[in-house]
Design a binder for this molecule. Structure first.
Ligand code: NAD
Length: 488
């Protein structure tokens, strides 16, 4: 099995090094690590493995660039972000292919990620020039209060493998717009897209040191060193709740500003008054986008008894027709899972669900390699003891639980430590309003299976996170408020 010539050409254009201060370097230890195509197991690139010394050098560089970047007129910062957006749209096909190669998602979805990820560059190029403060008289009449918003300072970003472009731009774009310099550590399974993005930002005119990239196979050592350095002022993390909790503990020692985009366990509610056509379309998107490997993936499909048989039948027909194949090739709906561990986890969750009384309607098996493929699966009648009720499945398994009343549905939906997103299908206006109030999640899709949008505040409550990315809210995560009193 070999790479196609155009794939190899693209991979040759991706830097293999650590990007610090506008130059690309090997690791200070000379160490490297490899990146694989999850659909074939083929090593597609070997890249530098950053050491703690390399990470500290990246922080030196971000600190050195901070003041000048903060003082760069916002119009110039905005122009760079806008140029980066234009360049990314020109290279949509290249970035989509790179994402599909290293992460495994179908190329059509990878194109969608490029558009979604690019929108953060465009949105924050527009927001960069709109940071404002305010001015008030104190109630005593003795002084004037000026409130200004200033960049928090050098930031450290840790991103996951499932959206290697969008999770990077969702952090980098608002930080640059706010006037912060950054160090980014991409996931070790998918560092190439981030490296290529940093190359693109340089081409768009970003000064050296403003964005530094330090891929490493030892994220724990790198993060401990950076989080304990008092020059760092902010951590923004997207990944699992377990790792997020450890990072919050470390960040607390330095009283760092933090933004945490963590795990999810999204309920997808289909009421008896739902438009079933829309609900079927919505669940296919909410479940199978990214092969089920999304924090926003519908994890628990809750369907009213009276419509459940029809819903299960129609969804199962759609699922059985999904085409499985290598993401980087055209025409597939379901690509490979990211690694062998993901296959083992999905198998374990399916076996456990069956042991606890659930019924497989379609799929249910891993596919013999090469590559990490799992059949798209529908499981009905999931009971409360099944592990997948409490854990993120992160695979192409659509798990259905039936309910008989609105109160029961709300109780099941909220019975989780997570609170990222919920999806609700109903045509009843009063019920829609009740769901907005009662479901304990930071986001909700009402008669839609996709909520992500650069103009909206993305984020969760409970164990799903702290802070928001995107929208007007996203830039505030990178600004600190300063109040000045002037006596009259
Ligand atoms: P992960 O937590 O294993 O890894 C995320 C990142 O953290 C990677 O870059 C990894 O190298 C790094 N990391 C791992 N251990 C670390 C440590 N000890 N110290 C510092 N960094 C460490 O998560 P993942 O498997 O890459 O991603 C999947 C998870 O991300 C899921 O839980 C998913 O729900 C979540 N996610 C959340 C959002 C969101 O916006 N809420 C978006 C995408 C993914």
């Amino acid at each position: 099995m070999t790479l196609k010539p155009h794939e190899q050409d693209l991979l040759n254009r991706v830097e293999t090094g650590i990007g610090v201060g506008g130059t690309w370097a090997t690791s200070s230890s000379g160490a490297t690590f490899t990146v694989e195509d999850p659909a074939t197991g083929l090593v597609i690139k070997t890249i530098a493995d950053a050491t703690v010394d390399d990470a500290i050098r990246a922080l030196d560089s971000a600190v050195a660039a901070q003041q000048e970047w903060a003082e760069t007129p916002s119009r110039l910062r905005s122009d760079i972000l806008r140029r980066a957006f234009d360049l990314l749209m020109d290279r949509k096909e290249e970035f989509a292919l790179l994402i599909a190669l290293e992460m495994g998602k179908p190329i059509a979805e990878a194109r969608g990620e490029v558009v979604y990820g690019g929108e953060f560059l465009r949105w924050y190029s527009e927001e960069a020039v709109r940071v404002s403060g305010d001015y008030r008289r104190n109630p005593e009449g003795s002084g004037n209060i000026t409130v200004s918003h200033l960049p928090v300072g050098p930031c450290y970003f840790i991103t996951p493998w499932n959206f290697p472009l969008a999770m990077a731009t969702r952090k980098i774009a608002p930080a640059l717009a706010a006037g912060c310099t950054t160090i980014i550590k991409p996931a070790e399974l998918t560092p190439l897209t981030t490296i290529y993005l940093v190359q693109l930002l340089e081409e768009a005119g970003l000064p050296p040191g403003v964005v530094n990239v330090v891929p490493t196979s030892n994220p724990s050592a790198q993060s401990s060193a950076l989080l304990s350095d008092p020059r760092l002022r902010k951590l923004s993390f997207t990944g699992s709740t377990a790792v997020g909790v450890k990072l919050l503990e470390a960040a607390a020692q330095n009283v760092l500003r933090t933004s945490m985009e963590l795990g999810g366990n999204a309920p997808f509610l289909v009421f008896e008054d739902a438009d079933i056509d829309r609900a079927v379309d919505g669940v296919m998107l909410a479940k199978f986008r990214n092969i089920g490997q999304a924090c926003t993936a519908a994890n628990r499909i809750l369907v009213h008894d009276s419509v459940a048989d029809e819903f299960v039948r129609r969804v199962s027909e759609r699922v059985a027709a999904l085409k499985i194949g290598r993401g980087a090739d055209e025409g597939y709906d379901i690509g490979a899972l990211v690694d062998k561990k993901a296959i083992a986890k999905t198998e374990g969750l399916v076996a456990d669900a069956v042991d606890t009384g659930a019924e497989i309607v379609t799929g249910g098996q891993a596919i013999v390699g090469p590559g990490n493929f799992f059949q798209p699966t529908v499981i009905d009648k999931i009971g409360p003891e099944a592990r997948m009720v409490n854990e993120e499945i992160f695979g192409p398994v659509l798990a259905i639980t039936r309910f008989s009343s609105e109160d029961e549905a709300v109780h099941i939906a909220n019975n989780t430590e997570y609170g990222l997103v919920s999806y609700v299908y109903t045509e009843n206006v009063g019920r829609s309003q009740r769901m907005i109030e009662k479901l304990q999640t930071g986001m909700m899709g009402l008669n839609t299976g996709l909520v992500s949008n650069a103009a909206a505040p993305f984020g969760g409550i409970k164990h799903s996170g702290i802070g928001r990315e995107g929208g007007f809210e996203g830039i505030r995560e990178f600004l600190s408020t300063k109040y000045t009193l002037t006596p009259r």
